[in-house]
Write a protein that binds this ligand. Structure first.
Ligand SMILES: NC(=O)c1ccc[n+]([C@@H]2O[C@H](COP(=O)([O-])OP(=O)(O)OC[C@H]3O[C@@H](n4cnc5c(N)ncnc54)[C@H](O)[C@@H]3O)[C@@H](O)[C@H]2O)c1
Length: 434
């Protein structure tokens, strides 16, 4: 082991490169850079320049976090040739038909293949379906580099459990799954990650097992949330508050703690499609997972429609009504608007000719305009027929009923509390939550 890649990294005789410096890649690159020598590579030159100036383009890290790290940020592919251990953290999105879009992953794999040398390691972190590393990525590494897998280079897979906005479950504090293509590679990969993960690593039985473990973590959440979303639709028809029911049922020791809501973002609402795609290829048409996806993807439209019904029930003309939507990000306390389902609420309201204003203390108006064609207001206006608190940002939790009353046009205001954070606190406005 003395001449192992791990020891070389430790003695700074070899460099580790992180390819793709987003929510996942940058934190891991900086953490490694406190212990070993790191190259941070990204195709986006603008982002690289920001990171060279100690700015995290994903707005998760502070400039302090860049200090005391041995890292070189670059968009120059030639620089990658100086590395011997590659960590891949590029996006794995879905396309318009909800099918895996492997273009960024395969593109980055090709880039690394051009820099690959004998004895090198490549560890994939991007979330994929079981088999993707071995069936889709390794053939590219072999073809482009001309090297032989396992004889000349080793491959592993180590999924990411980072949770944006969460300061408790961090890279260091959560056990990380690692896998390799043989015992020796597994040991090297495990020891390398142990340098940065204080909670330790779990050595998975194989690369496919590690891929599958990651994909089911998010699929399980998605399906569980969809059940609660479906229950909230049923309870709404029965005139029962879902959060009251969950609070009561939650007193049982084995009742699972999930709440209704919008399932957006680039993980929970996306990863199940990677699994159902692979299942389909294997000849199995997944029913439970796709049903869950259907329910969760419908929730934004459902909330929009319920808001319209409540406004109509107040005797108002829907085409003259104005609605304020508070919070547009895919979850609380982050600036990330990728795959936000709040836009479905907005589009549903607009389909009824409702005029919609949007505010968010974290999201960028420019990004909203570019991605969804809608801008944000600087701050909430007034004269609304309904206010929807769509995201439970910390900034919103301290607001009171009189704050919302001031935003309303008249005393027939409808207040929609998607996450149920104002339950039992609204007495005068017409209250509705999932
Ligand atoms: N964000 C999360 O919370 C999270 C959690 C667990 C797993 N994941 C998974 O991790 C992976 C990365 O996600 P992310 O949220 O960090 O993505 P991201 O969009 O924040 O960042 C990806 C980065 O990769 C860069 N990039 C794209 N194509 C590239 C290429 N060919 N070569 C080099 N760089 C390239 C982009 O410029 C960007 O900086 C995905 O598979 C995702 O599913 C994400």
């Amino acid at each position: 082991m003395s001449n192992s890649i791990y020891n070389k990294l430790l003695k700074k005789e070899a460099k580790l490169a992180v390819v793709g410096l987003g929510y996942v890649g940058l934190p891991i690159a900086l953490e490694f850079a406190k212990k070993i020598s790191v190259i941070g590579f990204d195709v986006n030159e603008e982002r690289v320049e920001m990171m060279q100036n100690n700015i995290d383009p994903s707005k998760e890290l502070e400039s302090e976090d860049f200090k005391n790290s041995d890292i070189q940020f670059t968009a120059d592919m030639d620089e990658l040739k100086k590395a011997q251990f590659f960590v891949m953290a590029v996006p794995t999105p879905i396309d318009d038909a909800n099918l895996p879009n492997l273009a960024p992953l395969l593109g980055a794999t090709e880039t690394v293949a051009k820099a690959l040398k004998k004895g090198d390691y490549v560890v994939f972190e991007s979330t994929v379906y079981p088999g993707c590393t071995e069936e889709d990525c390794i053939p590219i590494l072999e073809k482009v580099s001309g090297l032989k897998f396992q004889e000349d280079f080793m491959v592993g897979y180590s999924p990411e459990r980072i949770n944006p906005g969460d300061k408790v479950h961090t890279l260091q504090s959560v056990v990380k799954i690692v896998s390799g293509c043989c015992d020796e590679s597994l040991e090297n990969i495990a020891k390398t990650y142990e340098l940065v993960v204080d909670a330790g690593v779990h050595r998975a039985a194989s690369i496919k097992v590690a891929e599958a473990a990651k994909i089911i973590e998010n699929t399980q959440r998605d399906v569980n949330i969809s059940l609660i979303n479906e229950l909230s639709i049923i309870f709404n028809k029965l005139g029962i508050n879902t959060f009251d029911v969950l609070e009561a049922a939650g007193t049982k020791w084995n009742f699972l703690n999930f709440s209704p809501g919008l399932v957006g973002g680039h993980c929970i609402g996306v990863d199940p499609y990677y699994l159902t795609h692979k299942a389909q290829q294997a000849g199995y048409h997944s029913k439970v997972i796709t049903s869950g996806r259907y329910v969760n993807d419908s929730m934004g439209f459902y909330i929009g429609k319920q808001t319209v019904k409540k406004i109509l029930a107040k005797g108002k003309n829907i085409q003259d009504s104005r609605v304020l939507v508070m919070g547009v990000t895919f979850k609380e306390d982050v600036s990330d608007i990728r795959n936000t389902k709040v836009i479905n609420i907005v589009n549903e309201l607009k389909s009824f000719q409702v005029k919609v204003d949007l505010v968010d203390p974290h999201a960028s108006s420019e990004d909203m305009k570019n991605q969804y064609g809608v801008s944000l207001r600087e701050s909430a206006g007034s004269g609304y027929d309904a206010v929807i608190v769509a995201v439970n940002h910390a900034e919103y939790t301290s607001l009171t009923e009189s704050d919302f009353e001031k935003m309303m046009k008249d005393d027939k205001g409808v207040f929609v509390d998607v996450k149920g954070i104002f339950r039992n606190k609204i007495e005068r406005l017409e209250y509705w939550s999932l």
